[in-house]
Design a protein around this ligand. Structure first.
Ligand code: FMN
Ligand code: FE2
Ligand code: FE2
Length: 402
């Protein structure tokens, strides 16, 4: 039970999930995940900020009870409606029948749709910049659409310099005892932040940038996201990290993702890596798409400057795992990358090269180099790979200088 008073009368009442294998049924959770919820107490009223996933509702009620045992909860502020935060809303409404749910028009529509909750005075609809007074303490709401859904908003407590930021600045990794960054080693959470951002929020970079600009002037000592640590000491580091990713700015490095049934495409991938290493590039990450976890491939592709994708031809198409990966790239509107492709065929020379080119065109990524191998690496392949590696590294240098 990680109850924690963050500042006077603002409490953490979130829960850990160390059971779920895949977040959103997709993304592995090697370190678990936390669903963060908070209580803000004023002299007169008490507000709960967001709820938690349904599986952890019992622990959640224990946490709330230990803070608010002798008081009712007057408001439930819903910053985000994804069910990892909203699924316990019906239980909260049942336990506190007079509670008013605070949200914008989109939030309220979604609650009705997901949970069929209605009734007079059930909702308090707020607009951008509106506030509610809890008695000596004010909650102000800022709409931040598409960070991560259209209804997303953030809640600021000005006197306490606290921002409840929803999924923004969130990260995978359960909370192992401590809640605030200054009380723990945050290396795992920071590294998981890359994966969380890339997989969950990645598509919405321009909206994240807008939100960061909008909130830049707010007094801030604590950022309280819906997943992972409460940020205090590391606010600058974390905001910069997210702003960098939102702008699709990357670190120098080469990521090679390939799919190979019988090892011939894999052999070319190894040759490419060796040649690129020989040209002095030290950060090279290789992913066999049949073996690597999709979330790790997406994260590395987001984080590093250069993406090389290789595929065997599979019934005239990309190897299925490579196709999934390219779909993930397109979905997330990956940009500002050096991009190169290699492919392997036996009887359909242009099929896979063409498919990768189509992705590149839709994503507006220039193809810096492209290599086609028939069946297996032959006498001419080493020279072709050398040339391919030179073109890739040249393009990397041009991008770094730009
Ligand atoms: C199930 C299967 C389907 C394939 N479909 C095609 C195809 O449609 N066109 C083609 O040129 N080669 C096709 N191939 C051949 C391979 O793409 C490729 O030439 C060979 O498997 C070498 O790649 P790998 O060792 O990396 O898997 C197919 C191979 C397999 C096993
Ligand atoms: Fe979300
Ligand atoms: Fe979330």
């Amino acid at each position: 039970m990680n109850i924690k008073e963050i500042v006077k009368d603002i409490f953490y009442v979130g829960v850990n999930d160390r059971v779920k294998h895949r977040f959103e049924a997709l993304w592995q959770l090697p370190y678990g995940v936390s669903y963060n919820s908070y209580i803000v107490a004023g002299n007169e009223k008490l507000a709960l900020i967001d709820t938690v996933c349904i599986e952890e509702v019992r622990q959640y009620f224990n946490n709330i009870g230990s803070i608010a045992s002798d008081r009712t909860i007057d408001y439930l502020v819903v910053n985000h409606m994804e069910p990892d935060h909203s699924a316990s809303i019906p239980e909260i409404v049942m336990a506190y029948p007079d509670i008013r749910i605070v949200g914008n028009s989109k939030t309220i529509e979604m609650i009705k749709g997901f949970y069929h909750i209605d009734g007079p005075d059930r909702y308090l609809e707020v607009k951008d910049g509106d506030s509610i007074d809890l008695g000596g303490r004010t909650l102000r709401f800022y709409l931040t659409p598409m960070v991560h859904w259209p209804e997303t908003m953030m809640t600021h407590v000005e006197d306490a310099r606290v921002l409840f930021s929803g999924d923004a600045f969130g990260t995978f990794g359960a909370l192992n005892g401590a809640v605030i960054d200054r009380d723990m080693e945050t290396d795992v959470h920071i590294s998981e932040m890359y994966r969380y951002y890339s997989c969950i929020v990645g598509k919405y970079g321009r909206f994240v940038e807008k939100a960061i600009q909008k909130l830049a002037a707010l007094p801030l000592s604590y950022i309280c996201p819906t997943h992972g640590p409460v940020w205090n000491e590391k606010i600058t580091e974390v905001v910069e990290l997210v702003a960098r990713l939102a702008a699709y700015k990357s670190e120098p490095g080469v990521v090679i993702v390939y799919g190979s049934m019988y090892g011939n495409t894999a052999e070319v991938a190894e040759m490419i890596a060796r040649e690129i290493a020989a040209l002095g590039i030290k950060r090279i990450i290789m992913h066999n798409a049949s073996h690597s976890d999709m979330s790790c491939m997406i994260t590395d592709a987001f984080r590093y400057s250069t993406l090389i994708v290789g595929s065997a031809t599979y019934s005239m198409r990309l190897f299925p795992e490579v196709e999934s990966f390219m779909n993930a790239m397109e979905t997330r509107e990956i940009k500002n990358k050096v991009f190169a492709t290699f492919s392997n065929f036996t009887w359909a020379a242009g099929a896979v090269t063409g498919k990768l080119k189509e992705y590149a065109e839709r994503m507006k990524l220039p193809v810096s180099a492209s290599l086609l191998v028939k069946q297996s690496a032959g006498a001419s392949t080493p020279v072709e790979v050398k040339e391919f590696a030179l073109q890739v590294v040249e393009a990397m240098k041009t991008m770094e200088e730009a």
